[in-house]
Design a binder for this molecule. Structure first.
Ligand SMILES: [Zn+2]
Length: 249
């Protein structure tokens, strides 16, 4: 695939040698829009994989979750299907202070994309109970694994997915990882493992600070990545009517 745009992934500074620093990506086409239109609550991750695999020149299952989110944003901003500005998305919120329900337009092009820094895979940590654990960043394949058993992933599945091995065992399947998490004897061990995500947070922010229009309270609202992907296919106007294209008038 030689066409498309070369984009640098947010993880490029710290990813392992066998991981791509940049990928080639093509904007959404009709086939991708058709696939996205069949997206529902339970097949979101599968559709994302299918669509990105058509448009990106690498096996997207192996890409980090944050790099995938970045590519989704790139598609959103670079696929001009409708006449409306593809960078503007309405972000709905309910104020936790005064319960006002409102929506604010967010300009995606103005949001800072953080590069991954100070990370080397895998990260080795010694948990409070003394167990030594290796952790790595989440990949799209992890989310696919989770989606086989659950519709929505929780922190427990996400933490389990980061596990590579301990000083006593090597993990090969998601079940083995989940089993290790389920059987942790110390809550503190789990807390340390879950801080992995805060420590190596990068790419597009997962939430944005919003100010309530009514009471001016400030709070964070989670960005709905799957909704960015589910863009309305209200196609651009050609400036002419159908009749203008009829040649046998
Ligand atoms: Zn409010």
């Amino acid at each position: 695939m030689s066409e498309g745009f070369l984009v640098k992934l947010p993880s490029y500074k710290c990813s392992p040698d066998n991981y791509p620093k940049e990928v080639r990506i093509k904007p959404l086409n009709i086939k991708s829009i058709r696939k996205i239109s069949s997206m529902n609550q339970s097949n979101g991750v599968q559709i994302i994989e299918a669509v990105l695999n058509d448009l990106v020149d690498t096996d997207v299952k192996e890409l980090y979750q944050k790099d995938i989110e970045f590519l989704i944003l790139w598609l959103r901003m670079n696929s001009r299907f409708s006449d409306t500005n593809p960078n503007i998305i309405p972000l709905g919120y309910t104020c936790p202070n005064c319960s006002t329900k409102d929506s604010k337009n967010i300009d995606l092009s103005k949001i800072e994309i953080k590069e991954l820094n100070g990370y080397k895979e895998p990260v080795v940590v010694k948990l409070p109970s003394g167990i030594i654990v290796k952790q790595r960043l989440l990949k799209l394949k992890d989310l696919l694994d989770i989606s086989i058993t659950k519709e929505e992933s929780t922190i427990f599945e996400l933490v389990a997915s980061t596990l590579v091995s301990t000083d006593k065992e090597e993990f090969n399947t998601f079940e083995e990882k989940m089993n290790f998490v389920d059987n942790l004897e110390s809550v503190e061990d789990f807390v340390v493992l879950s801080k992995f995500f805060e420590e190596f947070d990068y790419g597009f922010p997962s939430s944005l600070e919003i100010e309530c229009r009514n009471c001016k309270a400030k709070f964070n609202v989670t960005l709905p990545f799957e909704d960015f992907f589910r863009m309305d296919a209200t196609f651009v106007s050609t400036g002419k009517s159908y009749r203008d294209y009829i040649v046998n008038k």
